[in-house]
Design a protein around this ligand. Structure first.
Ligand code: 4AD
Ligand code: MG
Length: 430
């Protein structure tokens, strides 16, 4: 009977046939241990010379790493294996004998692995990270669908730039100039006025010259937007959402977290509510910790975010940043015009900002003024401004960067391992 590795638990004591690749192998004169993978998981196949036909043992001995096979065998319970099951191999049919596979079980340098990303994805570690990424995506849809949000897909080719004009990818749109979307936010605001609570999940592009472990050129963002919601209400959605995805990964990805050696005790603490600290107090905290390189009005860098996060064992919201540090659309604080109603959510353990969000300006005149102050071309923003003419309402939203979130929850150091084919500074291959 055909089975996948993930489903062998249904067939204990039975013979199954699995389509697989050979991940790794150990053998002696009498026995061979085949590490098999099929995309759904990893299982050990044991081939005992005396118990199989001679050609089956020869196939086990000669098969090369990453060859594709059909393996038949009897499923055994095995407490020592991570999966809990093992296969007593009876037959091997080689589909294609792989030639010298470049990624051997020895250590390889990062650049080599990145050049071979199309193959590196097959490794146990990358497999685990991709499964966690998938669980975050699945539980994201679950969370927002259950909360009554409607998924809306903003365009990728646009004429507007929500997050400032310095990091845009320019492209030709017939006779017009266009950009690749940095954020779907402005379109989601329009959609929220039509559908109430909306969210998007899609690729976004930043021509950032940053070469850090947190920056990608192309990354995926989840962007909820809510009509009639103020800043505080948005923070509640954010903390509940992030708690939900962390708890879902804990529930559904135990094996993957174990493969990655993730300290799950740290993740278990991630439950709403999360602490909030104002920018002003965060600055005081940094000064107390000896960071004298930042003054009021400066943006926080990675070391600052890490130092602030160290004071908490949950993500922390830094709220009310100085107006000049943030984009044009943010609603001013009702009692102070030097800060805005915004928050960055900083992940624990040095993973940095995973969410940026705010209440949006809904007054027509103020928004018009801001568009002018930021020297944005009015023609491109007319439609956005018009939203403030026809039944404007207070509204708030945020964007969660998927890859930084995957990095944090998986406990992997660099975002390059959190997306199948990372686009990095100077890397478009493979
Ligand atoms: O803080 P950002 O720039 O916010 C926005 O784009 C808003 N328009 C979102 C909204 O309110 N709808 O980006 C949001 C998140 C960041 O917190 C970070 O997690 C991620 O997107 N991000 C990046 N991730 C990887 N590489 C980059 N270069 C990133 N830039 C932002
Ligand atoms: Mg931000």
């Amino acid at each position: 009977m055909k089975s996948t590795i993930a489903e062998v638990y249904k067939h204990v004591g039975e013979e199954v046939k699995i389509g697989a690749w050979l991940a790794n192998k150990r053998s002696s004169g009498k026995i061979a241990f085949l590490q098999l993978r099929d995309g759904t998981g990893f299982i050990q196949g044991v081939v005992v010379k005396n118990e199989v036909a001679e050609e089956v043992f020869q196939a086990a001995k000669s098969v090369t790493q990453e060859s594709s096979l059909y393996v038949t065998g009897v499923v055994q319970k095995d407490e020592r294996s991570p999966l809990g099951y093992e296969l007593t191999v009876k037959g091997i049919e080689i589909i294609q004998l792989a030639s010298d596979y470049p990624i051997t079980p020895k250590e390889h340098g990062t650049e080599f692995l990145m050049d071979n990303r199309h193959l590196w994805l097959r490794s146990k570690r990358q497999h685990a990270v991709m499964k966690i990424r998938n669980e975050i995506i699945r539980s994201t849809y679950e969370f927002f669908n259950n909360a009554g949000f409607v998924k809306v897909d903003p365009p990728i080719l646009t004429g507007s730039a929500p997050e400032g004009t310095t990091e845009l990818f320019h492209t030709q749109y017939f006779d017009e100039e266009a950009y690749l979307s940095q954020s779907g936010q402005l379109y989601l605001e329009a959609a929220a006025m039509a559908l109430g609570k909306v969210f998007s999940f899609g690729p976004t592009f930043r021509a950032e010259k940053s070469k850090t472990r947190r920056h990608l050129i192309e990354f995926w963002m989840i962007e909820p937007e809510m009509a009639f919601a103020n800043h505080e209400e948005s923070l509640v959605v954010q903390e509940e959402y992030v708690s939900h995805i962390v708890q879902s990964v804990l529930k559904n990805c135990q094996l993957e977290l174990k493969t990655l050696g993730r300290d799950t005790a740290k993740l278990e603490k991630i439950t709403a509510p999360f602490p909030r600290i104002t920018y002003d107090d965060a600055l005081k905290l940094l000064h107390e910790k000896g960071f004298n390189d930042v003054e009021w009005g400066d943006d926080f860098g990675a070391p600052h975010e890490t130092a602030i996060a160290e004071s908490y064992d949950k993500p922390v919201f830094i709220i009310h940043y100085p107006t000049e540090l943030k984009p044009f659309y943010m609603q001013p604080h009702p009692e102070r015009d030097d800060v805005v109603l915004c928050a960055d959510m900083i992940a624990p353990e040095g993973y940095g900002e995973i969410i940026g969000g705010s209440e949006r300006i809904y007054d027509y005149e103020l928004l018009k003024k801001r568009i002018e102050e930021h020297n944005l071309p009015e023609e491109a923003y007319n439609w956005y401004l018009e939203l403030r003419k026809y039944g404007s309402v207070p509204h708030s939203g945020f964007g969660l960067g998927l890859e930084r979130t995957v990095a944090w929850i998986s406990g992997v150091e660099h975002v390059r391992e959190t997306i199948p084919f990372p686009r990095l500074l100077n890397r478009l291959y493979p």
